[in-house]
Write a protein that binds this ligand. Structure first.
Ligand SMILES: [Zn+2]
Length: 385
């Protein structure tokens, strides 16, 4: 997921030929996919493969299955450079007349990188002008423009350098009770339908993930849908300034109504980061910023075991959630609040606790409504596979 918050001033002509300005705040955000060559394409005439790689069925790299015929093009763009390429291509912003940019904040959240081997057919051609090579895209069967020296890919032993391990499959069963996990290919954390324990794969093993479930209002006859969130307890630090308690938090992000200051001094700042799979990044960001600004207090219980069929999958890891917390910080920042902008500009979050928490939602028309705050999230903003 790609997020870019831009804060700035927009100048305009006011009455009697004077000029004036207004603060603005703009979010660019999207689910973001990109496939670009990991080799030098100058001779291939191939700036991009022009393919949504996530829409194509891919198999794990397996030299044995590929056989001895295929030639591999040397990978010349290292991973680090690829990450920089991605950042550079999304960070740049256009400028316009009458616009002053004060602050640009950029985050990529939940990144997954893969090195893909894309198939081409190569034909060595002999003509009056010598040898050349014709390349054909082996998926679309389009002729790729540009010709390449035969030497470019011939006799290249790079295949031996590609990290390759025979596949080892982890049994898709609960290590505690042996029950099969629900088959959810995108889930990062699996909740056992039998014993209700949550597990995450780490280095070829399952590690137990503690979690809590927020108690729903006791309205009988309602079926609750539980959406997972990472609740991250954090201090906001910026230069010499530190914000640790809710009293300090509400100085930066004031709420319209007055709350009991003494109670707020005793409470920590929590970020509520959506851990479910998102379809509409902007809508979910808005919801999460609203929830975090409110700083609700939930009654948390262990999982009761009856509702497991409505616990939605965890798609975002804790590490990704920490990046997303920064996005929420910018999302909460008022465009006209200079002090908050000055703090947020250089702010670092120091996380002291992280807990996976499922919150109960009630289905109402096209919305899901959170039980305690009644904040609404459009159903189609969520991927419910
Ligand atoms: Zn189990």
């Amino acid at each position: 997921m790609f997020f870019q918050w831009i804060f700035g001033r927009e100048h305009y002509k006011a009455s009697y030929g004077t000029s004036a300005w207004e603060s603005f705040k703009k979010l660019r955000s999207n689910l973001w996919f990109r496939t670009f060559p990991a080799f030098d394409t100058s001779k291939w005439g191939l700036p991009s493969i022009g393919l949504r790689a996530q829409a194509v069925k891919v198999l794990p790299f397996n030299k044995q299955r590929m056989g001895s015929d295929p030639l591999l093009v040397r990978q010349t763009v290292p991973f680090k450079e690829a990450v920089n390429l991605v950042r550079h291509s999304v960070e740049s912003i256009g400028t316009a007349d009458g616009i002053d940019i004060e602050m640009v904040k950029f985050e990529l959240v939940g990144e997954r990188y893969s090195l893909l081997f894309f198939p081409f057919y190569c034909y060595a051609l002999k003509g009056s002008k010598g040898k050349s090579m014709l390349l054909v895209d082996a998926l679309s069967h389009k002729v790729i423009k540009g010709t390449v020296d035969v030497d470019e890919i011939k006799g290249n032993p790079v295949g031996d350098k590609i990290p390759y391990r025979p596949l080892r499959f982890l049994p898709f069963t609960c290590p505690n009770c042996g029950r099969d996990f629900p088959l959810k290919p995108h889930a990062k954390i699996h909740v056992c339908e039998s014993c209700a324990q949550a597990w995450q794969e780490q280095g070829g093993e399952y590690v137990s993930v503690p979690y809590r479930v927020a108690a729903a209002d006791d309205s009988s006859g309602v079926s609750w849908k539980y959406l997972p969130f990472w609740r991250l307890t954090a201090a906001i630090k910026s230069g010499q300034a530190q914000y640790r308690t809710l009293k300090e938090f509400f100085e930066l992000f004031p709420l319209p109504r007055v709350m009991d200051g003494d109670a707020l001094k005793k409470r920590n700042i929590c970020f509520y980061v959506p851990a479910f799979r998102i379809r509409d990044v902007r809508a979910v960001d808005k919801f999460a910023a609203q929830l975090t600004r409110k700083q609700p207090q939930f009654t948390e219980t262990a999982f009761s075991g009856n509702e497991q069929d409505v616990l939605y999958d965890v798609w975002l890891s804790m590490k990704d959630a920490k990046e997303m917390a920064y996005v929420l910080l910018y999302s909460m920042t008022n465009k006209d609040h200079k002090k908050t902008k000055d703090i947020v500009r250089d702010a670092e979050l120091h996380f002291v606790n992280a807990r996976l928490l499922w919150l109960p939602f009630m289905e109402k028309g096209i919305y899901l409504r959170e039980s305690q705050t009644d904040f609404a999230l459009q159903k189609n903003a969520i991927e419910l596979d």
